[in-house]
Design a binder for this molecule. Structure first.
Ligand SMILES: *[C@@H]1O[C@H](CO)[C@@H](O)[C@H](O)[C@H]1NC(C)=O
Ligand SMILES: *[C@@H]1O[C@H](CO)[C@@H](O)[C@H](O)[C@H]1NC(C)=O
Ligand SMILES: *[C@@H]1O[C@H](CO)[C@@H](O)[C@H](O)[C@H]1NC(C)=O
Length: 519
């Protein structure tokens, strides 16, 4: 495998348009014989120093909230998690047993069974999905509220009417045109006319709390709908990342970009609803610009059909992990990888293909992922014999669990994401403790998975952000420096998350321009 890496490096060097390329070629040919250990060459200037182009072709609302500004009724997007407390009873609506039976109003506190996930139909009408994935509807008498249907199409359509725009007091209109009321703790029916003052003794009044918000590609395209979304998305693609960004990246000491893409882009120009066409053109541009500015591309399938992690960055509709549940989603994803690889295989910038980003355990079982990785690896090899193939570790998985599947592969890389955030252990850490965690703990983790003749290691996402409040510019500089040093030992390289972000520290563009990161 190490020799394979040498050949890969050699090939990339040889593709570099350079008057000295002949000389380089000769040196490299000798180098192959001189350095029997591929790591030696890989630790030269081919080490990946990349930035992610996140939030561009796969929307993430927290990175650019303005993208959602003019969606009608934008509090009620797909995946919004709602809880309803009966005003009269003072207890929460609950899908008894998590779903599959009646709806009750007897819970004093709320979590999973008491959370209803929206499936938006349009700005006023919704399906609601419960913990066990059934949808709300009425029973055969047409009056009692139940959660038994597993098919959204045939389940009930509901409307949520607020007392006023900013109010948490709501009434819920059922498919029979009448309003829900919690008559007793165990009887929730759709037979109120929903009139009257919004008094607390009115059983049709509920206090609503939103406990989950998703703002991904599904939400933005569905929220604007088929007439408005194409223009909104085109404007975003045309302005969020532009050619000048590639020039900036290339002149900032970076040599690559990791580009998150979604599965729907492979069916451009007519992707399934609610996605809209045009993203493939933007990706084509990225490859043109990468070639022009001599940047390598790590193409990263960030969003797979059904969602591999339930997060908005995988374009989840409602937070469930449904990728890999059927043979169909796996085959569809293999086809997507084949489409992208075949399309860009001739572009000298295509350096690596990442098969799926951050699948989450236990929703995605290791056996399913392994099967997918094997099939997707084959289709990459069919079109791009020399490209690196990147396998992303599972969130909450064992850091070494992909070693067996990777052992049969050439030019294979394991992607790990190292953030000092997203875990309670960082909540109380000081500046020094954060830096020490990088230098001690992360450094040890990285070393533990870096094995002779094992897969290369890629820190494919990191950021100079933490839970520390009131840190100084110098604190940030030391934090980013510590990470650059430790990630510099990753055998494949690293990639910052991300180039552009309204949150400054998450924007490498801002961090470089303002001297918080020195490459
Ligand atoms: C709520 O009502 C259901 C149906 O009668 C019952 O099975 C369940 O135990 C009740 N839960 C609580 C917390 O009272
Ligand atoms: C929203 O969808 C419902 C159910 O399909 C339909 O009856 C209603 O007319 C739609 N409203 C708008 C504004 O499109
Ligand atoms: C980091 O590593 C040190 C030394 O092994 C250990 O004592 C400490 O608990 C680790 N910190 C965290 C937050 O895991």
């Amino acid at each position: 495998m190490d020799n394979f890496n040498e050949l890969q490096n050699l090939e990339v060097k040889m593709k570099t348009p350079n008057v000295k390329s002949q000389l380089l070629r000769i040196i490299c040919v000798f180098a192959i014989f001189i350095f029997s250990n591929g790591r030696t060459m890989n630790s030269n200037n081919q080490m990946i120093r990349a930035v992610n182009l996140g939030g561009w072709l796969v929307t993430e609302g927290w990175m650019k909230p303005s993208l959602f500004d003019s969606i009608p009724n934008k509090d009620f997007l797909d995946g919004a998690g709602l809880q309803f407390k009966s005003a009269t009873i003072g207890k929460f609506l609950c899908a008894e047993l998590g779903g599959g039976t009646i709806i009750v109003a007897n819970r004093t506190s709320a979590s999973g069974w008491e959370t209803f996930r929206l499936w938006r139909i349009n700005e006023t009408s919704f399906h609601l999905r419960v913990f066990n994935k059934e949808f709300l509807g009425l029973d055969s008498n047409g009056i009692n509220l139940v959660a038994v249907s597993t098919n959204s199409e045939t389940s009930g359509i509901f409307e949520i009417i607020r007392k006023s725009d900013d109010s948490s007091h709501v009434r819920i209109k059922a498919p029979n045109g009448l309003f829900l009321q919690a008559k007793t703790e165990v009887l929730v029916t759709a037979d109120s006319n929903g009139e009257g003052q919004w008094r607390d003794d009115d059983p049709s009044v509920f206090e609503m709390t939103k406990v989950e918000t998703l703002r991904g590609e599904y939400q933005v395209t569905h929220g604007y709908g088929p007439t408005k979304a194409p223009k909104i998305m085109k404007d975003h693609w045309d302005t969020f990342i532009v050619e000048e960004d590639f020039n900036f990246i290339a002149t900032s000491g970076l040599n690559a970009v990791r580009i998150p893409v979604g599965w729907w882009t492979a069916s451009d120009p007519t992707p399934p609803k609610p996605y809209v066409g045009g993203s493939l053109h933007a990706l084509d541009n990225a490859f043109l610009w990468a070639k022009k500015y001599n940047l390598k591309v790590i193409l990263d399938l960030h969003a797979a059909p059904g969602s591999q992690n339930g997060y908005e960055h995988s374009s989840s509709r409602d937070g469930f992990v449904e990728w890999g549940l059927t043979e169909e989603t796996i085959q569809q994803t293999v086809d997507v990888i084949e489409f992208f690889t075949a399309r860009y295989a001739k572009n000298p910038s295509l350096y690596a293909v990442e098969l799926i980003n951050e699948p989450r355990a236990p929703g995605v079982p290791l056996s399913v992922l392994t099967k997918y990785y094997e099939a997707a690896y084959k289709v990459v090899r069919k079109h791009a014999p020399n490209a690196f193939v990147v396998l992303s570790n599972r969130l909450s998985g064992d850091p070494k669990e992909l070693f067996p599947v990777s052992s049969g592969m050439k030019a294979v890389v394991i992607d790990v994401h190292y953030y000092n955030i997203f875990s309670d252990i960082f909540n109380e850490m000081t500046v020094e403790q954060n830096i020490d965690f990088i230098q001690t703990n992360r450094s040890a983790e990285l070393q533990a998975i870096t094995i002779t003749n094992g897969p290369l290691i890629f820190v494919g996402e990191w950021v100079a952000e933490w839970q520390v409040r009131g840190a100084t510019k110098q604190d940030y500089q030391r934090f980013s420096e510590a990470q650059l040093q430790v990630w510099g030992r990753a055998s494949f390289g690293w990639a910052y998350w991300s180039l552009k972000n309204v949150n400054n520290h998450w924007s490498m563009d801002w961090m470089i321009r303002n001297g918080y990161i020195n490459l």
